[in-house]
Design a protein. Sequence first.
Length: 253
Amino acid sequence: MNDNQLLRYSRHILLEEIGIEGQEKLLAAHALIIGAGGLGSPAAYYLASAGIGKITLVDNDNVDLTNLQRQILHTTERVGQPKAQSGKQTLAQINPEVEVVALAERVEGERLSELVREATVVLDCSDNFTTRHAVNLACVTHKVPLVSGAAIRFDGQISVYDTRKEDAPCYACLFPPEQQFEEVLCSTMGVFAPLVGIIGAMQAAEALKLVADVGESLAGRLLLLDARRMEWTSISIARTPACSVCGQASTPA
């Protein structure tokens, strides 16, 4: 690290659990963020400010006026612009040393698999089950840790799915793709603005811990937040031997 980096990241370096070695791991890391909306905004903010060396920001949507209530990567002047590009502009202002790749596209199939394979950690900040399952499958296939968050109305949840550990569950262990779950969208149900900030910031925290090898991740635990009462519930989750995704992790997708 140069002198400017030592100064910029000094508060991390002062932490015994991170230090210079941990900060260098962050500088060398590549975070893939799926979604530059409510969750992706705070997650990207903190990853960029913390010095993740490369961030790939994926979102095929454009900034809409209704987004600005909670999607803090974007500004009024950027309404109509691609969210990925708007996010890149914001992150460059926060930390110009971070390489930000903006992908204004819907990634799936081999394209998604390629992006996950190149990442150190993946943050799923999407808002639908189809994307979440596709991202989970790619992460299981390439054994890349996944930090998944969700928020709707006043309810949030977050967990880490890290199948590098033999006993750790994947997203499909909790939400099997062959089962039907009700799709709820904030466009029809609403969402409390600070809730996505809380969950997104926690996604960044879990990603930084994974990269720097600090503490214990949320792998095997699902945290649920009721923001009406600011009450957290922790649920233990286990790998499902018959899971259609990680149960076949040794078979190439």
